[in-house]
Design a protein around this ligand. Structure first.
Ligand code: GLU
Length: 321
């Protein structure tokens, strides 16, 4: 064989093997509005995936969306591979309740891991004299758009306070960044948002020229018996020194988590899970809303069944038996 022929054979053998070796996966992740915590979380996940090295090359992009309900539906419809979603919305999709009542149980929704608590947050203009949630009667209040996770939390909080969202107040269904502006311009009196703390939206809301206060949402035992996906929580007011509150604000919370579809391959979900867990310290230090994060906790509070790809990593790493 002539040396030049040998060179070509070797060249193609190497080229062909490295081409099949470095498989590229394209991944998109649905988040929320850019002032929330979902968007920076999605951006962080893509950053970790894009630089992780292994037999798979991942090309990940982050998508801003209207929130959890949009993300779950886009995943089930095959438009997104991954998305962030509130635990209560995962539960409702899986059981076919709330927004999924007509379509029935969404059997293909899968959890990858849970993240941080998201607290139902009610921000009111201090000059609108809303001291308690009952003071929302007769007011203009943003409850969030249809695709958001928090819209249902707003409705649950109003009902819990004995207010009928249809008749006792005027509701708006804007996205939170718009609601923030409307509050500052005097177009609304208050708005709801279910989000990790601290976050840019609450920072902005509390440092505008129109002063605001965070309003407590007192809960009852039966509320938690009826809605087991909620738990008590407190917004640490130290995060927002410009708000007029002088103490922490009681409310209730859900948990943010990464979800996907049963139709997404085990290989992809395994690679994503592994990349995040193997960069856990880097991940945790990225945002103050992750302060309580631990690997053990991330495997809990996943309301949709765990995806087999995630399960494989948890078993392999000894996090699950
Ligand atoms: N929990 C919100 C929702 O699902 C989004 C919060 C965020 O973007 O951080 O609508």
């Amino acid at each position: 064989m002539r040396p030049v022929t040998l060179f070509f054979i070797l060249f193609f053998a190497l080229f062909a093997s490295s081409a099949s070796f470095a498989k590229t996966l394209f991944i998109n992740i649905g988040t929320g509005g850019i002032t929330g915590v979902y968007y920076p979380t999605g951006a962080l996940i893509t950053k970790i995936l894009n630089r992780s090295q292994g037999t798979l090359v991942m090309k990940a992009v982050v998508e801003p969306t209207s929130g959890a309900v949009f993300n779950i539906n886009a995943i089930l419809g095959g438009h997104l591979l991954f998305g962030l979603a509130q635990s209560d919305r995962q539960y409702q999709a899986v059981t076919g309740t709330a927004d999924w009542l007509k379509r029935g149980p969404q059997k293909n929704l899968r959890s990858v891991f849970s993240l941080y608590p998201e607290i139902v947050t009610l921000v009111a203009a201090a000059d609108s004299e809303i001291k308690t949630i009952s003071d929302l009667r007769g007011k203009k209040v943003n409850i969030g758009p249809l695709g958001s996770g928090y819209r249902q939390n707003s409705l649950d909080a109003l009902t819990l306070a004995g207010l009928d969202p249809l008749t006792d107040l005027t509701t708006f269904d804007q996205r939170v960044d718009r609601a923030n502006k409307m509050l500052q311009h005097g177009d609304i009196d208050a708005f709801f948002y279910t989000v990790g703390h601290p976050n840019n939206s609450s920072n902005k809301a509390s440092s505008g020229s129109r002063k605001v206060n965070f309003v407590a949402i007192p809960t009852t035992d039966t509320f938690f018996t009826d809605k087991p996906y909620y738990e008590k929580a407190v917004i640490p007011i130290a995060h927002y020194p410009a708000a007029t509150n002088t103490s922490d604000v009681e409310s209730f919370a859900v948990k943010a988590g990464l979800v996907t579809s049963a139709k997404v391959s085990e290989e992809i979900v395994y690679a994503v899970t592994k990349a995040i867990f193997e960069n856990f310290d880097y991940f945790k230090n990225y945002h103050p809303a992750y302060s309580g994060l631990s690997k053990k906790e991330m495997i809990k509070d996943n309301e949709a069944p765990l995806h087999p790809g995630a399960l494989l990593y948890y078993r392999e790493s000894g996090l699950l038996p």
